[in-house]
Write a protein that binds this ligand. Structure first.
Ligand code: ADP
Ligand code: MG
Length: 258
């Protein structure tokens, strides 16, 4: 049997897994990330929320180095982010990323999508990689779609394949950037449920989402961003019932009462 779940008791020792220290980034004149300090512990689930344009996606993209930073430091599991080459490919595998748009390889089957990285980056044997891919596809509920192409699947199914593809690399941390924002309403829950299960299994997760139900039930911590800064962070109950900053109060009143 392929072991694809990470039980809490098997997880590596507690400690800081993702650490951002005084991170700054500009896009031209725009100071998009301003003195970001953020530490994510192993097994922790952090939900990042905030108004559009506040820097949430950029934050995610710096963590797997899709974007460089101007100053500060980012470490994953105690190591600074590699700049290029094989090391960078390995980092990208360690940091699974699921985007709003599903980003599957359109000309590869679902099974190939979940097998490819294992063989190329992790140097897994093809047969073992396929076995693991099938187990993961079963786990996210799309095992029956393995031989189809992405376009033949619904958005919710494609997003679950994208999650399986990231998990196939045995990532240390999973980043989700508004994974349900592009989905039809009836497909949102099937993706959130997979994410809930992942959280229960002990995966370290950074999740940008406006799904407050998910934040309340799965997050250990909510980080609220505005204008490139972390304005507030708190446990979900505390954040939603008693936000401290005016920016957070204003934001919550807009998303909770529309
Ligand atoms: N590649 C880029 N070049 C220039 N500006 C960008 C780029 N990516 C994002 N921005 C700008 O940076 C700000 C933050 O964007 P983003 O991180 O996508 O915010 P969020 O995900 O919170 O909506 C926005 O003003 C956006 O227009
Ligand atoms: Mg965004």
């Amino acid at each position: 049997m392929t072991d694809v779940t990470v039980a809490k008791e098997d997880a590596a020792p507690v400690g800081d897994l993702v650490v951002l220290k005084n991170v700054n980034k500009h896009f031209g004149a725009l100071h998009v990330l301003q003195d970001i300090d953020l530490t994510i512990a192993r097994g922790e689930v952090v939900v990042v929320i905030g108004p559009s344009g506040s820097g949430k996606s950029t934050l995610c993209r710096t963590i797997n180095r899709l974007e460089t930073i101007d100053s500060g430091e980012i470490t994953i599991d105690g190591r600074p982010l590699p700049a290029e080459g094989k090391e960078l490919a390995r980092l990208r595998a360690d940091v699974g990323m699921v985007f709003q748009s599903f980003n599957l390889f359109a000309h590869k089957t679902v099974l190939e999508n979940v097998t490819l990285g294992q063989v190329k980056v992790r140097k897994a044997d093809k047969k073992a990689a396929e076995e693991k891919a099938r187990a993961l596809l079963d786990r996210v509920g799309v095992g029956a779609q393995a031989d189809k192409f992405p376009a033949q699947l619904s958005g919710g199914q494609q997003q679950r394949v994208a999650i399986a593809r990231a998990l196939a690399m045995d990532p240390k941390v999973m980043l989700f950037d508004e994974p349900t924002s592009a989905l039809d309403p009836e497909m949102i829950n099937e993706v959130l449920e997979v994410m809930q299960q992942l959280a229960r299994d002990g995966m370290t997760m950074i999740v940008v989402t406006h799904e407050m139900g998910f934040a309340r039930s799965a997050a250990n911590r909510v980080v609220f961003m505005a204008d490139g800064r972390i304005v507030e962070e708190a446990a979900p109950e505390q954040f939603f019932s008693n936000p401290r900053s005016d920016r957070a109060k204003d934001f919550l009143s807009k998303i909770l009462h529309h």
